[in-house]
Design a protein around this ligand. Structure first.
Ligand code: C2O
Ligand code: CU
Ligand code: CU
Length: 484
């Protein structure tokens, strides 16, 4: 049986909620965007309130819309009684405004970073990055989406009406106790990180979105703490993947299912012109592909299998014919991605993620032991692990001693050459900031950093399984210009 979308029995089919669309805040006019980090309560389950964290709202935060070649002024205010660092995941900005753990906002304090947006259009996100508590704070709700536009994307015939045919889809999984409170414990998280039982999309269980009878764009974020998802439609309908973490692919790639690791984003276009509802499924890869065989190819056989009930949709798109539809075909050509020549790649670094732990590090007060490492070192705020030169291409090779991990790098987008020893497939050949690796073979990326990160405000590289990150599977690096 497919053990997916475990839904408390109180949810009947008739009480499905509407897909909440986070408020859109315009960050393009130079005015500061006020972002209040606060506590709240939110109803995930019928008739029960769950204590939560959010930004300007009870759970999650608004979608911040910005544009290439503008300045984005953010004004965070931390109204909690705990410190919070908030990172802009996927943004190409200097270390001083990146929001890593060094930039923790104390209770009652403000933080007002000014971000020069110079990168191409992309779907990014912001989330807690507090030292040792990222998993806990993201789980409780500290995350939101950032949409970067540019002249290229807005001149193209792509659905772009936010909340109508351009929908933010933040997929997460959560476990609730009998009182409806979140169940989370870094200390009790298994080796694979913390797995929730119930899928939520934009903070609700199995919602419905009414959409026009045409092309609909979904900006899907795997906002899970630890789960890898396989995303597909119940009827097996194909969709066009148009963008990955760092922006548009060169050309759309038609898929019927895709794997998404924690932290990854995909923009897809699905066609609803036939008027039939589209049911988006979120399968837990650890359950449907426990052997790690790469199930995506035969997922549809699996779904069609007689003993497997079709799982509950995590989101249903339902057509409303009164809405004006976007019907133009998806452009064949979306972007130009220029790869460095081999001779331009001047340095190679290797990173090995290690699950075994090194007893020597001991437990930090209130945190689980820092027992997971990269190249033998657990995250230490006082140690710079790598020094990188600005503006030059490097090849980074990453693998683990055990299992699959999403490796994320701050301050850049990179190109994937190999994933787990296999050449990147067309849908992985766009700009990325998170790449999956495992213990069988190297994943290889080519990367160049164009902004500065000093010793005081370094960038991070880390596993995006948040419990691995919080247990030390993270390192710090500077990006500087050569001196002298
Ligand atoms: Cu999305 Cu350093 O993280
Ligand atoms: Cu990041
Ligand atoms: Cu990991």
């Amino acid at each position: 049986m497919l053990g997916v979308n475990h839904v408390p029995s109180a949810w009947s089919n008739t009480s499905r909620p509407k897909l909440p669309i986070p408020a859109l805040v315009d960050g393009t006019n130079g005015e500061p965007v006020d972002l209040q980090i606060r506590s709240g309560q939110w109803s995930f389950l019928p008739g029960v309130m769950t204590p939560t964290l959010g930004i300007n709202q009870d759970y999650l935060g608004p979608t911040i819309r910005t544009r290439r070649n503008t300045e984005l002024n953010l004004n965070y205010r931390n109204t909690l009684e705990e410190g919070v660092a908030i990172h802009g995941h996927g943004l190409h900005v200097p270390g001083t405004v990146d929001g890593g753990p060094q930039l923790e906002i104390a209770p009652g304090d403000h933080w007002q970073p000014v971000l020069s947006i110079v990168q191409p259009a992309a779907t990014c996100w912001y989330h807690s990055h507090t030292h040792g508590r990222t998993g806990d704070q993201v789980y409780r709700g500290l995350a939101g989406m950032i949409i970067i536009d540019d002249d290229n994307t807005t001149s193209m015939e792509l659905p772009n009406r936010y909340g109508l045919d351009d929908l933010p889809v933040i997929i997460q999984d959560r476990t609730f106790d009998a009182q409806g409170r979140f169940v989370y414990s870094l200390n009790d998280a298994g080796e694979d990180g913390w797995f929730g039982e119930t899928v939520i999309v934009n903070g609700v269980v199995s919602p419905i979105a009414e959409v026009p009878a045409g092309k609909v764009r979904l900006r899907i974020l795997n906002g899970a703490n630890a789960r890898f998802y396989i995303v597909a439609f119940a009827d097996g309908r194909p969709f066009e993947k148009i963008a990955s973490d760092g922006g548009l692919l060169e050309s759309p790639v038609s898929l019927t299912a895709m794997e998404m690791a924690p932290g990854e984003r995909c923009e897809i276009i699905v066609d609803l012109s036939d008027g039939r509802p589209a049911e988006l499924l979120t399968l837990f890869e650890d359950e449907v592909d426990a052997e790690g065989e790469g199930i995506v190819g035969n997922l549809l056989d699996l779904l069609g299998g007689s003993d497997s009930p079709v799982p509950r949709p995590s989101l249903t798109l339902k057509v409303d014919r009164t809405l004006l539809a976007h019907t133009a075909p998806v452009p064949d050509r979306l972007a130009t991605i220029s790869r460095p020549a081999e001779t331009e790649i001047i340095n190679t670094r290797d990173f090995v993620l290690n699950m075994d732990g090194d007893e020597g590090h001991g437990a930090h007060a209130g945190h689980a032991a820092m027992d997971m490492t990269i190249n033998g070192s657990a995250m230490d705020m006082n140690v710079i692990n790598e020094q990188v030169r600005r503006g030059v291409w490097e090849r980074w090779r990453i693998r683990s001693n055990q299992g699959a991990h999403p490796f994320h790098v701050h301050g850049c987008s990179f190109l994937v050459e190999q994933m787990e020893g296999v050449a990147a497939t067309p849908d992985q050949q766009g700009w990325k900031d998170t790449v999956v690796l495992d213990d069988d073979d190297w994943s290889e990326i080519v990367v160049r950093f164009d902004h500065q990160a000093t010793e005081q405000h370094p960038y991070m590289y880390h596993c995006h399984i948040l419990e691995h990150e919080d247990r030390g599977m993270m390192g710090q690096f500077t990006v500087t210009d050569p001196t002298g």
